[in-house]
Each structure stands twice: as C-alpha cells, then as structure tokens.
Write a protein that binds this ligand. Sequence first.
Ligand code: FNR
Length: 342
Amino acid sequence: MSRSKRKWDHIQYALETGQKRLTGFDDIKFVNQSLPGSNLDSVKIETKIGELSLSSPIFINAMTGGGGERTYRINRELAVAARETGSAIAVGSQMAALKDPDERRSYEVVREMHPDGIILANLGSEATVGQAKAAIDMLQADALQIHLNVVQELTMPEGDRNFEGALTRISEIQQSVGIPVIVKEVGFGISAETAAGLYSSGIRYVDVGGFGGTNFAEIENKRRNRLLTFFEDWGIPTAASIIETKSTSPELSVIASGGIQTSLDIVKALALGANGAAMAGYLLKTLMENGREDLIKEIHLLKEEITVIMTALGVHTIEELKNVPLVISGETHHWLEQRGID
Ligand code: FNR
C-alpha cells in the first residue's frame, strides 16, 4: 500500500472511529469556590512550556502531510486556523517528505501560512540526527516532536517490529538539534517508567498522548483482515498519564493530549500539572465537517471558556491552576492508587 493511501486512510478512519471520551477526565472534579475573589478581565491564558512561550495552552497536534493535494489542503487550513487563533501547531510525520521531496510542500505550507507561529516538526523514533535536522530546517521549526507508537506499529501489517535503540537515538537527537525535543505518544499514553527513561536521557518535554480519544489500534484494525482487537482497549487514560508523567520530575514540561475535546478537559489537564493541551482528532473533525471558519470559531470559544472556568476557580494564571483543589474518583483514583502515585 502506498504511503499516500495510508495517510488518507488514517484521516478517514480517524473521523469514522471518532473520539471515545474514555480519557478519565470525567473522574476529575473541581471543588466549587463561592468566594473566588477573581475578575474575568484579569484572567491570562498565556503559558510557558519550558523554552516555548505561547499565547494560549492550545496546540493543534500532529496529524498529516505527505499524502498529496488532500493533505496539503488540510495542513493549509489547520495552519490558517492556528495563525488566526495564535495556537501552536505540529505537522504529521515528515518521513514522507524526507523520502520524497515532492511531498515537502504539504508540510512547508504550514510555515508559509503561519510565518510567525510556533511550529513543531515531527518524526518517529527511528529517525537519525540528520533526518531530525532536515525535518526542522524544512519548517524552520521551533520544536521537534518525536512520536512513540509501538502499539500502532504492531497493529499495522507493514509496521515496525524492532524497537531497539529508540532511547539512544532520541537522546542523540536531543543533544544535537538545539531546540526543544518533545517526545509524544499517539493515544496509548506515556507511563511513569517511560517518562523516567526519557528524563534520564535528557528529555525535558513530554506530550502524554493518552488513551481515550483517537484510537490507532482501531484505525489500523480497519485497514487489515486479521484484527488485533485486544489493542483497542490498550493504553493509559489521558488523566492518569498526565499524573504519571508529571510525577517523574517537576522539571519535565508536560503537554496533555489524547481525547481532549472541551475547555473543561483542557482546564482539568492544566490543573493536573500539564503546561499545555494538544488536540488532534476533535479539531480534524471540526475542520472536515464544518470548515475552517468554524474551526477558528471553535478554538476562540475554547479559549474564552477557559477564562470563564478559571474565573470560577479563582485563578488568574495558568500557573495558579496547578494549586486548585480537585477530587479524583472512579477508575482514575483506582489506577493511581495501584500505581502508588499521588
Ligand atoms: C495523528 N497523530 C499523529 N501523531 C504523530 O506524532 N505523527 C503523525 O504523523 C500523526 N498522524 C495522525 C493522523 C491523524 C489523522 C490523527 C487523527 C492523528 C496522533 C495525534 O497527534 C494524537 O497524538 C492522537 O490523535 C491523540 O490525540 P486526539 O486525536 O485524541 O486528540
């Protein structure tokens, strides 16, 4: 199967399988504050993620590129939406463009449309230092995402089967590129053990890519005859993955992602210790079903609602959110208790 066909299958099946809302965010409850002492006009949603300064915590996460005209158009529309809302944006894996220069334009359009924006390059952990540098140059990227997707690869008939040496390669890239390297999952969740391994190899940015939203086991199973259905329930729900990752070190900047769909999900993720929140499937669906203008409206609305929720909680900055009281119940509580993490 051609790479271009695979890219389009991913988009189609991501839209078809949808977002499950099994993220664990429903187990997190804020505690109402009747004397918050806050003022909506003073609420600020700028955030710092390590070296990256963002006007809002919302990222458009890695999705596509390298699938010809159709992925060119999707990336162009996502980049315009990022520009109009001041959001950071990641492109999909650039390996396609490193192997076939004709595919470069479907990635380069993101920088063309969003010349002053924060743009994240993206490659898998099989990448070499040279490939990482080329991917960054292609976009004059502000940061590089390296995705880990073992379960997706194992579910894909043509996927990788050898995962040796990934941490060493990631560490070499981190030491060579001179911009933040964000290691991310794609919907199966980063564990405390993985985060600790990354941290000791010098990584300071993790995007948890938790379970509960876009499900790449389900997407890949739709593309094959022999189904590995057991992987469809496999993964660390996003809320638990944020807490697992954050427990590794206060110096780790954490981006929450995996099934994030609402402003309340975003604020809960930030209150659990994330510095930003990234969305893929939900924004793709909004774009494909309702168009670019609705996508822009939706992101503006999410930002407005974040300030409303922060006002109710009595906080004026994203940093202060980390100290608001919350209650964790249900499966997420159970998960954290068994894992010995608070
Ligand atoms: C993705 N994702 C992804 N991630 C990555 O690092 N490189 C990639 O090339 C892709 N490709 C891709 C295609 C499509 C169509 C989707 C929907 C997603 C994964 C994405 O960045 C994110 O980690 C997961 O989708 C989980 O987040 P959501 O979708 O639940 O918000």
